[in-house]
Design a binder for this molecule. Structure first.
Ligand code: NAD
Length: 337
């Protein structure tokens, strides 16, 4: 049978990107909605054929424990609400998918992992790029030394943030561009290197007279050193528009631009002086379907997701180190995980 998902938070990402994809899933279906806005419950409930008994408010959320149709809860709320709803979902006996960034601190991430472990439920983070065919190929090529052993990774992610949204309000976001979009640079650096950074340095550059950046950072550039000697140079920005990475080895480089959007990835490989686009013939399920069905299959088989809570925690550790490095103006050494 297809496993039943409950979506928590009917905002832009949930309603425009995730919910329409259940129609393409093999192992997952949408069975319940959770929202604080009755009009949204009525509208999306009607659109997706969700019966009234499976429409929940935040106040009635905990009663999902009595609903056997719900196997998995997908938390798509502002960042600072992730921890609370992941813990409550686990306590209601449900498996959990949680959006990135997993949390706003390492401490919260640990609490979330602990709650799911205690309830014997799976926790997966919504790192959709790990299910996107070009990113999967980039990982394979980078780790197999297609352009020689990796020496340098560059990763840049940014967009021009619109004013007046929760992303720019630290109590809800936990931080600025790094929490929201720079995390794609960080996560890519880690999945392309295939190891955990041991040193971090960073410089923040924010125009505090810009009303968007009263409580959160705009630009924060960071450098990661990995145990193998690979260095990653990363950009995170709320005032410039770009999305890409490059893996540079001794024989050339693998270029992805754009690298992590919802669609339209493009790969170019430069090797031994020749530049060729790499186009995939059959791309299989898209990244959203891949992500949703992966957790369902893990629940059915008892396997651990490829992006479990620990993957979100690994990013949170480095994010805290990046902020500390920028604040204190020094290189921060990370302890072994
Ligand atoms: P959004 O503002 O469009 O949606 C957030 C929803 O949360 C809204 O429906 C809002 O009503 C609801 N909400 C509930 N309690 C709230 C409160 N106290 N304050 C504000 N809103 C509240 O945001 P979004 O872009 O859908 O982002 C939601 C989550 O999804 C974030 O964690 C974000 O990082 C993540 N996201 C991930 C991707 C991705 O590609 N993986 C893309 C976009 C967003």
């Amino acid at each position: 049978r297809k496993l039943g998902y409950a979506i928590v938070g009917l905002g832009s990402y949930a309603t425009r990107q995730i919910m329409p994809q259940f129609a393409n899933c093999k192992h997952s279906r949408l069975v319940a909605l959770v929202s604080g806005t009755p009009e949204k419950l009525a509208r999306y409930g009607a659109e997706y054929g969700i019966p009234a008994r499976n429409r929940y408010s935040y106040a009635s959320f905990d009663t999902i424990r009595d609903n056997p149709e719900i196997d998995i809860v997908y938390v798509v709320l502002p960042n600072s609400l992730h921890a609370e709803y992941v813990v409550r979902a686990a306590q209601a006996g449900k498996h959990v998918m949680c959006e990135k960034p997993m949390a706003t601190s390492v401490a919260e991430a640990r609490t979330m992992i602990g709650a799911c472990r205690k309830a014997k439920r799976l926790l997966m983070i919504g790192y959709r790029s790990r299910f996107e065919p070009y990113n999967r190929l980039a990982i394979e090529l980078a780790r197999s030394g297609h352009v020689g052993p990796t020496r340098i990774i560059t990763a840049e992610h940014g967009f021009d943030a619109k004013p007046g949204q929760w992303r720019l309000d630290r109590p809800l976001s936990g931080g600025g561009s790094l929490m929201d979009i720079g995390i794609y640079s960080l996560n890519a650096a880690r999945y392309l290197a295939g190891e955990e950074p041991v040193q971090v340095s960073a410089i923040e550059s924010t125009d505090r007279t810009d009303p968007r950046f009263r409580t959160v950072e705009d630009r924060i550039d960071f450098m990661l050193r990995f145990p193998s000697g690979v260095i990653a140079n990363c950009v995170s920005s709320y005032s410039s528009n770009h999305n890409g990475y490059r893996v540079i080895g001794t024989k050339g480089y693998i270029d992805m631009e754009p690298a992590t959007p919802y669609e339209g990835q493009r790969m170019m490989i430069r090797k031994d002086g020749q530049t060729t686009p790499r186009v995939l013939a059959s791309t299989g399920p898209n990244q959203f379907v891949g992500q949703l069905d992966h957790l369902s299959e893990c629940v059915k088989t008892g396997r651990t997701p490829i992006v479990p809570g620990e993957e979100g925690l690994a990013d949170m550790r480095v994010i805290e180190a990046i902020y500390r490095a920028a604040r204190e103006g020094r290189t921060v050494t990370l302890d072994a995980a």
